[in-house]
Design a protein around this ligand. Structure first.
Ligand code: IPM
Ligand code: MN
Length: 376
């Protein structure tokens, strides 16, 4: 008898808006993986964001930090709530919980893969010949730059200030991760910056140029961020690994999500010194909350990345295959197909059925549409 697999503890932070709904589907998929491969995952729930502010006063309570630090990995939904956005006098905001979590857990690298699905090319605003062969990954620095620099505003409300700072160490540590990943891919790395104007960007260029000497097999290039925004739409297939600072990475990854067909499809991993965190790149999408229409794939693929980070490659692969199958067969949510769409929970159920070989070749779409059991 092989040794039983050790229990893996996963901190689960559903957060706000559609966070709990998409996380719920990810947990169903993880449960299916556990059953299929004989693992045991222990979920430990924690609060973050608006939900946490309402019950504890803090957007990232210390109990949640503790829970994260003592788990093998973290699965996170989303934060954000319009009642805070529309209140300029709010002292604490849900998003602060996200930033505190990133900082306190030392999650300095955010990795956002952008894959395109030929079955969705026709839904993209781009012509499908532009999307062909697009497969890129963004390494976004996550705990530095303008997000974490000094902030001020004058008492009379006439000026405000945000500062952007980077150190060589901060650039090198994410740089090494990005170069190592490039070695396993098409061996191309593009640093995106604004070195024609910003001092911090010039430091990035100099530091990455030096670091690139340690990776002679990787073809390294640099691009200004304004041009990169255009190139991502004109010729996305030219990119392999993109490396960039915090705010440029935030903006470019939303832009790049259009290539995939929807923001709702994209997963991400944030890694650092302790346990890693996995989250979809989308936000809390308050307009969709409770309607069972959110796309759970970004979160489900984040759960697959979580499994990969723990060395469970075959398990992750089975999730990815189920996702490919659902997309290829048009089992998609409203963000992708506003006419013939399926509900969040139906997609989760279908993926679980597929993973346990319970979906027939001739799946009865009509049954799924009316949300009957997916077992035909
Ligand atoms: C993201 C989000 C966050 C960010 C917000 C909610 C603070 O847009 O994870 O990309 O800008 O980092
Ligand atoms: Mn963002």
């Amino acid at each position: 008898m092989p040794d039983p697999m050790p229990t893996l503890t996963i901190a689960v932070l559903p957060g706000d808006g559609i966070g709990p709904e998409v996380i719920h589907q990810s947990l169903r998929v993880l449960d299916t993986v556990a059953k299929k491969f004989g693992h045991h995952f222990e979920y430990r729930f924690g609060q973050i964001g608006a939900t946490a502010i309402r019950s504890t006063g803090s957007p990232f309570p210390s109990e949640t930090l503790e829970l994260c630090k003592t788990s093998d990995a973290i699965l996170f939904g989303a934060v954000g709530d319009p009642s805070f956005d529309n209140d300029p006098s709010a002292k604490v905001r849900p998003e602060q919980g996200l930033l505190s979590m990133r900082k306190e857990l030392g999650l300095f690298a955010n990795i956002r893969p952008v894959q395109t699905y030929p079955a969705l090319h026709h839904l993209s605003p781009l012509k499908s010949n532009r999307l062909k062969n697009t497969d890129l990954i963004i390494y976004r620095e996550l705990t530095g730059g303008i997000y974490f620099g000094e902030k001020k505003s004058s008492a009379d409300g006439q000026w405000a200030l945000d500062t952007c700072t980077y150190s060589v160490d901060e650039i090198n540590r994410i740089g090494r991760l990005a170069f190592s990943h490039a070695l396993q891919r098409k061996k191309r790395l593009c640093l995106i910056d604004k070195a024609n104007f910003l001092e911090t960007s010039r430091l990035w260029r100099k530091t990455i140029a030096e670091l690139s000497l340690e990776y002679p097999e990787v073809q390294t290039e640099c691009m200004f961020v304004d041009n990169a925004a255009m190139q991502l739409i004109l010729h996305p297939a030219q990119f392999d690994v993109i490396l960039t600072e915090n705010m440029f990475g935030d903006i470019l990854s939303d832009e790049a999500s259009v290539l995939a067909g929807s923001l709702g499809l994209l997963p991400s991993a944030s890694i650092g010194t302790g346990p890693s965190l996995f989250e979809p790149i989308h936000g809390s999408y308050p307009q969709a909350t409770g309607k069972d229409i959110a796309n759970p794939i970004g979160s489900i693929l984040s759960a697959a990345m979580l499994l990969e980070s723990l060395g469970l490659m075959e398990e992750a692969q089975s999730i990815k295959e189920a996702v490919d199958w659902s997309i290829q067969n048009g089992f998609v949510t409203k963000d992708i197909d506003p006419v013939n769409f399926y509900f969040t929970s139906t997609i989760g159920e279908l993926l679980c059925d597929y993973m346990t070989n319970r979906v027939d070749e001739a799946v009865h779409k009509a049954n799924i549409q009316i949300r009957k059991s997916t077992i035909i």
